[in-house]
Write a protein that binds this ligand. Structure first.
Ligand SMILES: [Zn+2]
Length: 257
């Protein structure tokens, strides 16, 4: 092979093991560069982010850890980025999409703003760990999410399928980023609801909605709690009773028991 040829993605992924100090140096440099390059991220615990920021972050990681070979491997296939308020259980998601009608394919990396923005608010009830690493601020946590999602993308590009429950994934995240765990450990709305407000499924609650007080019980918790209030005008549930469903922010609920 010509000496000027960049090593291909597979070679890089299979042959690289970075020293912990090297990982720290590179990720801290990316942290600093994000703060100076982004139009929106203006602090480590930023309160505003644009999907272009994910693209910038991706480019930094691709060039500093993978010699730009992720972009190279994508070729003409697009990579989209999105921010989601609806993802309430995981920090990120990577998907390979195919439009059957046109044959167009693309990849998309999505990041949950709900999880990021409810961590590092000054009242976290525990340290925020992601991928086995304690994160110091919101940008740090975003970097861990990007690192995890990048490895999903790499696996999809090289082997079609990707799973963060499998040894190959664990090996790549450990060798490149020092990840010792491969689960997302940001605080989810559900955990926050339980720990901070004592709200969990089954709990009886009282709340006001449009000036009227209601009593019901919590059915589930996503971004807000779903509360079922017994009402003959409602929908029949499997227990034979009729309920109307309300979506209420957990901090607006008063626990009755
Ligand atoms: Zn994953």
């Amino acid at each position: 092979m010509d000496d000027d040829m960049p090593a291909n993605l597979l070679q890089i992924v299979e042959s690289t093991t970075l020293h912990a100090d090297e990982i720290t140096a590179r990720t801290q440099q990316i942290h600093a560069d994000m703060l100076s390059m982004s139009e929106y991220i203006d602090a480590s615990n930023f309160t505003c982010i644009h999907r272009d920021d994910l693209k910038i972050l991706f480019t930094f990681y691709d060039s500093r850890f993978f010699e730009g070979q992720i972009k190279e491997s994508l070729g003409t296939v697009s990579l989209h980025f999105s921010l989601s308020k609806r993802m309430t259980k995981t920090g990120g998601k990577t998907v390979h999409c195919l439009d059957k009608a046109s044959g167009t394919q693309w990849y998309e990396i999505g990041v949950s703003t709900t999880l990021l923005f409810q961590c590092f608010t000054g009242d976290d009830h525990r340290p925020i760990r992601n991928s086995g690493i304690v994160c110091h601020d919101r940008l740090d946590a975003l970097q861990r999410v990007m690192e995890h999602e990048l490895v999903h993308l790499i696996e999809m590009l090289l082997w079609d399928k990707s799973s963060c429950a499998k040894p190959r994934f664990h090996s790549i995240t450990l060798r490149f980023f020092g990840h010792t765990e491969n689960k997302h450990q940001l605080i989810t709305p559900k955990e926050k609801a339980i720990v901070k407000y004592g709200i969990k499924p089954g709990v009886k609650v009282r709340f006001r909605f449009d000036g009227v007080q209601h009593k019901g019980f919590v059915n589930r918790i996503n971004k807000r709690a779903t509360v079922l209030v017994e009402d003959r005008k409602g929908v029949r549930y499997s227990n034979g009773k009729y309920y109307v469903k309300f979506y209420v922010p957990v901090q607006k609920l008063e626990v009755l028991e």
